[in-house]
Design a protein around this ligand. Structure first.
Ligand code: ZN
Ligand code: ZN
Length: 186
């Protein structure tokens, strides 16, 4: 099994900063914060405490954070944009577009909802978290809410477990995207 717990960077594609491996062209409009941050973590393999700094949340290093990925307030957008090499607009749109958090929590799921076909290509949309949407508008496939292997739900959060297992199920560790698994050097 591939080593998912390495804290050392694996390799770089194009680096926009001297500190972190980034691959800006690996993201696209509409991509979710879960997908963007998991890809960044896939490249960098940082312990959660080290991952907080490039997201502008070094203040949480000693807080054992368990951040809700629905809300842009979990990160500093400008700092994240700089360190990930992705525009502030795209980062902002990677979160739920509703300011009222009570309403947003009611409409957007707190567990990962995904299109199996999109995920094969390493794409997850913020829109998929909307409970009013039943299927992927591109592939017309019903959105899934369970891990394909262990069938557990996957929290839509950034915490130590998620950071240690990027783009994978934190419970059974299966990789969720074959295209991302395929570029891993091992
Ligand atoms: Zn799809
Ligand atoms: Zn699983």
């Amino acid at each position: 099994m591939r080593n998912l717990r390495s804290a050392r960077p694996i390799f770089c594609f194009d680096s926009s900063t001297p500190e972190f491996c980034t691959r800006p062209r690996w993201s696209c409009d509409g991509e979710s914060a879960w997908s963007i941050l998991n890809k960044f973590q896939w490249l960098n393999r940082l312990p959660l405490n080290a991952l907080l700094a490039p997201l502008g949340r070094a203040d949480l290093i000693d807080a054992e954070p368990n951040l809700d990925l629905r809300f842009a307030s979990m990160i500093d957008v400008k700092t994240t944009s700089t360190n990930l090499g992705i525009s502030s607009a795209r980062i902002t749109h990677a979160f739920v577009p509703i300011q009222n958090q009570t309403l947003a929590r009611a409409i957007f799921s707190n567990v990962l909802r995904y299109c199996p076909i999109c995920l094969i290509d390493g794409f997850h949309a913020t829109l998929f978290q909307c409970l009013l949407l039943d299927q992927c508008p591109i592939h017309c496939r019903r959105l899934q809410e369970n891990c394909p292997q262990c069938h557990d739900t996957i929290e839509y959060r950034l915490n130590a477990s998620a950071a240690a297992n990027p783009y994978s199920c934190p419970r059974c560790l299966i990789g969720l995207s074959p295209s991302i698994d395929a570029i891993h050097p091992s």
